[in-house]
Design a protein around this ligand. Sequence first.
Ligand code: TXD
Length: 307
Amino acid sequence: MIGAGNVGATAGQKIAERDIADEVVFVDVVEGLPQGRALDMMESAPVEGFNTKVSGSNDYASISDSDIIVVTAGLARKPGMTRSDLLDKNAAIISSIAENIRKYAPRSFVIVVTNPMDIMTYLLFRKTGFPKNRVVGMAGVLDTSRFRTFVSMELGVYPSQVTAFVLGGHGPSMVPIVSNSSVAGVPLTQLLSTEKIEGIVKRTRMGGDEIVNLLKTGSAFYAPASSIYEMVASVALNERRILPCSAYIDGEYGIRGIFTGVPVVLGKSGVERIVEISISSEESAALKASAEAVRKDVELLTEHKFL
Ligand code: TXD
């Protein structure tokens, strides 16, 4: 876990408590932080009943030969700050992390979480030189989980019975795929009015901001950590779940050459394939528009000399 802040620590705790890894290692630049968080977690092992070793370090050498790396290092948004405002600061951090991953864990599978996420994932992909199946970004699982939560709140049903996909870039242009959403197999459009669905789509798009505005001094971390856990488990346990992830797209959905949110099969070799689901023509147009917004930000990486 690179970054032992709110998201990294909470995700690491879930991975340790559910005993799906031999070891969880936290790396952070702040002296004492990864060590303190790791020791605190280790001291919960007898009560929680897990066997995973948890350690912390300020030295990247401690990630040597890791199988899975989750990158959450960087600045989080403050109220009024967009994800793109973060680009320059976090691009410098991600560039140095990519070098260390290449050096110490050249065979790892990497999940990038740091915002602006689709852009940071692309940057890390280019800087590590890793194949496209070994680099993904996390946001789709989170955005989808928010959408599913709002649907379950509206209908008063069990949240995990709601299935959906939120695709596209992690930002206001994200695309909840309403045509494919259902509750226990019943299409969402049969259960909720168009106005109610539109309200849920809007709230999902602003889901991150809603939490930032409430917390005032940081951004969401419980649901992001759960989302990271689901992706890590799918790879570590070779579950081969279909999950919406920011993946390198090479023509699928009519998009090429960037990372953006699409459904993928995640298994022991990483991204096993991108799944092309049938979506409406409006959703397809919105997905392409969202991809273009990501592409504009990716171009900033070259303009600002990160690539
Ligand atoms: O859906 C998503 N992708 C997201 C993304 C959901 C939630 C949070 N999202 C983004 O993740 C957020 O906008 C941030 O860019 C990251 C991390 O969020 P978090 O809430 O965990 O931020 P913190 O608590 O500030 O933690 C960041 C840690 C902090 O401890 C820093 O000291 C550390 O990152 N940091 C570093 N660690 C290692 N190496 C370097 N270079 C470094 N720089 C900072």
